[in-house]
Design a protein around this ligand. Structure first.
Ligand SMILES: [Zn+2]
Ligand SMILES: [Zn+2]
Length: 90
């Protein structure tokens, strides 16, 4: 839900870009290391990257079931021996 999140009002300074921060989605404990929303977002891409594994797109055929494979979690070197996810698990 994207309802109303509680925002804490204040007058802080971003440790990264020195921009003024007037609202935070959390109550800051220390004011030393605060970051504005933009910097905060830029600073946390890792968590997302981990869940979104890089997938290689292509048009391959499974040697087992002859189904088409459009995505692989790795870049295939030998395309003559590819298996789709279902057959791979078997
Ligand atoms: Zn900033
Ligand atoms: Zn298959």
């Amino acid at each position: 839900m994207d309802g109303e999140r509680q925002m804490f009002q204040g007058n802080w300074t971003c440790a990264n870009c020195s921009k003024e921060i007037t609202e935070l989605p959390f109550e800051p404990r220390g004011t030393d290391n605060l970051m504005c929303r933009d910097c905060h977002r830029e600073n946390r891409p890792q968590r997302r990257d981990r869940s979104e594994r890089k997938m290689y797109e292509g048009d391959w055929t499974c040697v087992d079931c002859s189904g088409s494979i459009t995505q692989l979690p790795f870049e295939p070197r030998d395309t003559s021996n590819l298996k789709c996810r279902d057959c791979f698990v078997k």
